[in-house]
Write a protein that binds this ligand. Structure first.
Ligand code: DGL
Length: 271
């Protein structure tokens, strides 16, 4: 089916998931909206994040005729996934369940950690998801307010980031975890600093690849992937939109994801 896959996040974070989906499904059209005009979602009340998630999801369906929606944001998944799954006329994918699965399969000691925004961690979404997997593990969760803001400013290394990381990662370090899930799609951009603070023996897990596999498998099983013949006639198009400053979105997004971001366009939540 030639319709695009839709994806959204509060800003640049979901580009880590977009990268994985583009790499795994190079024939698929993609529409990505980064709500950079209203980031960060992490400190906002769940009701507000839910409202934003509905606006973005409905815009992807109504304005871009997507065949599926990937909620490439843990905070929005934690706040709105269940409603979106019921409400949307297309399949909805999240990053929380694939991330939790990848996390439990990465541990040897059974001591696992997850870091995310205040909204994600306080929702308890990861505790529920890990419990549902019914494995013998101890999960330590820590919120990392400020990480998203560093990424959105394009500052992914340096003393300021390291000092904040040392403070915020202390609970998961003390818990002696051997696998740590980056439970916010912005955090892979800080992976170098997080790795240095956590030490080489801790495996960092990102939900992006696992999410892309789920998208491929479910859309494939439903017969919703593009067929090779039409992909050969019309190469995949990747469209990127932002509710914030477009030149910044194109510039930083281009550095984070690649040149596809050059033609980024404006997204208005009332359109
Ligand atoms: N990328 C979003 C997530 O995965 C970040 C949310 C924010 O804007 O604080 O939770």
């Amino acid at each position: 089916m030639d319709r695009p896959i839709g994806m959204f996040d509060s800003g640049f974070g979901g580009l880590t998931v977009a990268r994985a989906v583009i790499d795994l499904l190079p024939n698929e059209h993609l529409v990505y909206i980064g709500d950079t005009g209203r980031y960060p979602y992490g400190p906002r009340p769940q009701t507000e994040v839910r409202e934003f998630a509905h606006q973005l999801a409905w815009s992807l369906v109504n304005d871009f005729d997507v065949k599926a929606i990937v909620v490439a944001c843990n905070t929005a998944s934690a706040a709105a996934l269940h409603e979106l799954e019921h409400e949307m006329p297309v399949p909805v994918f999240d990053v929380v369940a694939p991330g939790a699965r990848a996390l439990v399969s990465a541990t040897h000691s059974g001591r696992i950690g997850v870091i995310g925004t205040v909204g994600t961690i306080s929702s308890g979404a990861y505790e529920r998801e890990v419990e549902a997997l019914d494995v013998e593990v101890t999960l330590t969760a820590a919120a990392c307010p400020g990480f998203v803001e560093f990424v959105e400013r394009g500052q992914t290394s340096g003393d300021d980031v390291t000092i904040l990381a040392e403070r915020l990662l202390a609970p998961v370090k003390q818990a002696n975890v051997d696998a740590l899930l980056l439970g916010c799609t912005h955090y892979p951009y800080l992976a170098r600093v997080i790795h240095e603070v956590m030490g080489p023996e801790v495996t960092l897990v990102s939900s992006a690849d696992e999410t892309a596999f789920v998208v491929r498998d479910r859309l494939g099983a439903a017969g919703l992937l593009r067929d090779i013949a039409s992909a050969a006639l019309e190469p995949a198009q990747h469209r990127f939109l932002s509710s914030g400053d477009i030149s910044w979105f194109a510039d930083l997004g281009g550095r984070l994801l690649g040149p596809e971001l050059r033609d980024a366009a404006q997204w208005h939540h009332d359109t």
